[in-house]
Write a protein that binds this ligand. Structure first.
Ligand code: KIV
Length: 277
């Protein structure tokens, strides 16, 4: 694949997360979209997203698993490297999968290091805020790897949370989530994803932090928004969370295109002379 930089004869100048705090403070809304392969990564980058998140939602939308728990480190590296090849100039953030960073800080450092070395990503994302984990996040940040945090509904804890439920409802739960966000900021994250959080609480957390919050199902007051590409495109047409706005109906487009191809083949009208050698 010829990259834009190669076509123009220059070294790729990659977007980074180094200025996210300032951009958030300036009131610039950050746009993050997931991708898992080179083709979609190129389109997402062309469309001007600030970052591509190689989410472990790949386990759901690509592999068909019910949860993200079966996703492995090697799979995330495979998807991350594909996204990097498709979008060489983009800011790429790779999700660390379940059990790749929770066992020990040393293991987390090695695994985050592998992701950075083998994918060419600029950052990793880790879910949660337990005390051991914030120490680990601090250690990862200390070796020069930017970390995005993820609070609220954290899909890798789906069984403990009892399903994809809104988190932080009620005064105590809200205070706990705010504290968790502060701990992540203290640990050195460059941004925090807030997933399934009441809009008012997301606003409070956004105000309390100097790093940007990136919402998904967390209302309009976050400094940025993220959506899973397949949801945004309307490919996952049986998935209907309240927060989701579909910007296309590609499920219908795909069905119609494949059905029409089938009709043409069965009728003998494809390939015709113009599509033959
Ligand atoms: O895995 C993912 O796609 C995510 C986003 C939903 C934030 O973590």
């Amino acid at each position: 694949m010829t990259t834009p930089a190669a076509r123009e004869g220059r070294t790729p100048r990659r977007a980074s997360v180094a200025d996210w705090r300032e951009r958030g403070a300036r009131g610039e809304r950050l746009v993050v979209v997931t991708a898992y392969d080179a083709t979609f990564a190129r389109l997402v980058a062309d469309a001007g997203a600030d970052a591509i998140l190689v989410g472990d939602s790949a386990g759901n939308v690509i592999a068909g698993h019910e949860t993200t728990l079966p996703v492995t480190l090697d799979q995330m590296i495979y998807h991350g490297a594909a996204v990097r090849r498709g979008a060489p100039d983009a800011c790429v953030i790779v999700d660390m999968p379940f059990l790749s960073y929770q066992v020990s800080t040393e293991q987390a450092l090695r695994h985050c290091g592998r992701v950075m070395q083998e994918t060419g990503a600029q950052a990793v994302k880790l879910e949660g805020s337990a005390p051991g984990l914030t120490r680990t996040i601090g250690a990862v940040v200390e070796i020069g790897v930017p970390v995005m945090g993820h609070l609220g509904f954290t899909p890798q804890s789906v069984h403990a949370l009892g399903g994809p439920r809104v988190q932080g409802r009620g005064v105590e739960a809200a205070d706990r989530l705010l504290d968790a966000a502060r701990r992540l900021e203290d640990a050195g994250v460059f941004a925090v994803v807030l997933e399934l959080v009441p809009a008012a609480l997301a606003a409070r957390i956004t105000e309390a932090l100097t790093v940007p919050t990136i919402g998904i199902g967390a209302g309009p007051h976050c400094r940025g928004q993220v959506l899973v590409l397949y949801d945004l495109l309307g490919l996952t047409d049986t998935f209907t969370p309240k927060y989701l706005r579909r910007y296309a109906d590609l499920a219908a487009t795909v069905r119609t295109a494949v059905r029409t191809f089938g009709d043409d083949v069965r009728a003998g009208s494809y390939p015709d002379a113009t599509h033959s050698f």
